[in-house]
Structures are given as C-alpha cells and as structure tokens.
Ligand binder design. Structure first.
Ligand code: ZN
Length: 327
C-alpha cells in the first residue's frame, strides 16, 4: 500500500513538473519568437528607471524641504528684521536673496549684525544706509562693509572725528565704495519695493541726530518708515515738505526718546505697529515712558528689541505679521 501510494505521488510530481516545464518552454518560445522578451526586458528596465527617478524625486523633495526651511530673506515675502543690537539700531530688509541694511549697530554688536546677515544666507547687500554717524548706528558698519559686497552706500553729508567714523571711511576706501548722499524725494527700487528718502531736508543741523536719513519703504499695499534718530525738528521739516508719511510700521525715532515722535508726526504716520530699538536697561533711560504712552494710547501695537529681542516683520504686500524671539 505504502509503496503504491509513494509511486503514485512520485508519478504525479513528475507530471506536474513536466506540465510546468512545458508551460515555461511554450511561454519562452512564444515570447522568444514574437520578440516578446524585449518589451518585458524594457518594462523591467523602465520599472528600475522609475525607481531611480523616484529616488531622484525623493532627493528633490529633500532639497525642496531644505528649501522649505529657507531663511526669511530667501522667500517671496519681504522680511524686515529689527536686529537686537542692544542700545543701537540695525535693520535688515530682505527678499529673495537680496538684502539691504539700515544701520549696523555698535562696534560691540558688529559680530551680531554680520552673523545675522550671514544667517539669512546673504553674501551681498544691494543697499547699505548709515543713517547718521553716531557709534550706535555705524559702529558695526566697517565690519559689514568688509564682510559683504555693498551696492549703494547711503550716508548723510556730515563728518565726525570719532574712531568708528574713520573706521567706516577706511573700509569704504578699502572696498573702493562711493558714498551716495541722501536726496529727499529720491526713490530707489529694491526687489519689488520702493524706498523713498524723506530726510534730511536741511544742509546743516546743530544736532547730529537730525542728519538721520529717513526712508519710507512701500511693498505692495504695505509700508514702513525708518527714521533713524531724527528728532522733532526733522519731523517738522518732513511734515512741511508734504511727504507721504502714512505707514503701517514705524521704526520709532531715536530709540523712543521724548525728543522724537512728536504728536503731529505720529498723527501723520498713524502706524498700526511700531518698533523701538533700545538696549535692555540702557543708561539713557530709553525709551521714554512718555513716548511709549503716546504710541500705546494711539492704539499702536508696540514691539521693543529690549523686551522682545530681534523683531521680524514679514509682509506679502497685503498683510504684515510679526515674529519675535519670545514668540
Ligand atoms: Zn541712536
């Protein structure tokens, strides 16, 4: 019994094997004759290619996601960074890999400014503005000029005999730069934005702060006003000239000192947001409480670098959003 059974199962195994072989041979012959191998081979190659192209797609996706972590300055949006430089001013405006700097902080904050610009993956600055030759605005300017190639350098026509000022002049000479003097009413274009110089409007001032280059930037329907350390006198001149001052964001003049942001000027600007650049616990007691109150009682949303750290305003030309270190 057992041997018969064995014999039968061996027989059936053989016949199954024969059947499979026959099918395989038939298929092979059929495809061989009809040239069917090629398409199959082709198909396999194609599938492999598909795999490798999807590997490329993955790589691209990785590159894109890296690009997704693009710095604010590389985006289509315009980013305005009020860099925390302690008691001083430094504002980086950037869009799609192009940058513009208004003031460079103190000598002490040089590295902070240079590193911030580098962190935004910028190697050049289309514009660089030294609003006026006080150390808290141009102290880091020589480092900036030495570190990045600068397109147009705008500085007011006034000199001082400080080391920081002569350092700036040395770096200007070294890099063979030309200083462009601010002409009120003159407009410059920057990456789809328009910058208009609004001050200084006089040739001579007693107070160096009033030489401050004031710039209004318009991007789409949004606007910013950068006032340097311009004081009430310069504000009055800008009002008298009839310039459009109305702006969504005001960089508050002179670190929020009571000698700037006069009532009439604030009314003309009527900002929704204001940024005060000041150092934590600075010896000058800036910003002045009266200026802070004037702004907040006018319903202005106030940001302060001494409290918020670096403040970044981002606009798509329609709306403006703010990011602070704390947020
Ligand atoms: Zn200042």
């Amino acid at each position: 019994m057992s041997s018969r059974k064995k014999g039968r199962s061996q027989k059936s195994k053989i016949s199954i094997a024969a059947l499979i072989s026959a099918v395989i041979i038939t298929v092979l012959v059929f495809f061989g004759l009809s040239g069917g191998f090629k398409p199959i081979v082709g198909k396999i190659t194609k599938t492999v290619q598909n795999y490798s192209s999807s590997a490329v797609a993955v790589q691209n996706a990785a590159a894109e996601s890296q690009a997704g972590s693009k710095t604010a300055s590389q985006n289509k949006n315009l980013a305005v960074s009020f860099i925390d430089v302690g008691q001083g001013d430094s504002i980086l405006i950037a869009r799609e890999g192009h940058g513009m700097l208004i003031d460079a902080g103190t000598e002490e904050s040089s590295d902070t400014v240079v590193n911030y610009i580098k962190s935004q993956k910028l190697s050049a600055l289309d514009y660089c503005v030294g609003t006026h030759p006080h150390e808290d605005h141009i102290g880091g300017m020589d480092s900036v000029i030495n570190s990045f190639s600068v397109g147009t350098l705008i500085m007011p026509d006034v000199t001082t005999n400080t080391k920081s000022f002569s350092d700036v002049l040395k770096s200007v000479q070294k890099r063979k730069l030309k200083i462009t003097r601010p002409e009120p009413g003159k407009a410059y274009s920057f990456e789809g934005a328009t910058l208009t110089v609004l001050a200084p409007n006089s040739a001579k001032y007693e107070d160096l702060n009033n030489y401050s280059v004031v710039i209004r930037l318009v991007f789409g329907n949004t606007s910013f006003l950068f006032t340097g350390d311009a004081q009430a006198l310069s504000e009055k001149e800008m009002l008298a000239k009839g310039y459009t001052l109305k702006s969504d964001v005001l960089k508050v003049g002179h670190h929020g000192s009571k000698t700037s942001t006069s009532a009439d000027f604030l009314k003309a600007v009527s900002p929704k947001y204001a940024v005060i650049s000041a150092g934590k616990g600075n010896v000058y007691g800036l910003p002045a409480q009266s200026t802070v109150s004037r702004l907040t009682s006018a319903g202005v949303k106030l940001f302060r670098t001494d409290l918020d750290g670096t403040v970044v305003a981002i606009t798509d030309g329609k709306t403006i959003s703010f990011k602070t270190k704390a947020a």
